[in-house]
Design a protein. Structure first.
Length: 65
């Protein structure tokens, strides 16, 4: 026979797992030191500038013709 499942309890268990995963991500994000956070933000800024530097823009001479 099939196992009887209480849907209310299953739903609560699923929600509890999802909340715990979100809390773990928040703890990792807020638990890092200021130095590590600034380093991560600086790296993201460098990557964004590098990407923007390789972008073809509309401000090229003769592009309005």
């Amino acid at each position: 026979m099939a196992e009887i499942v209480n849907l209310r309890m299953a739903r609560k268990a699923r929600d509890r797992r999802e909340r715990e995963a979100a809390a773990g991500a928040a703890r990792a994000r807020h638990g890092e030191s200021g130095r590590a956070r600034k380093g991560r933000e600086a790296e993201a800024g460098r990557e964004a500038r590098k990407l923007d530097g390789h972008r073809l823009g509309d401000d090229l001479p003769g592009g309005d013709e």
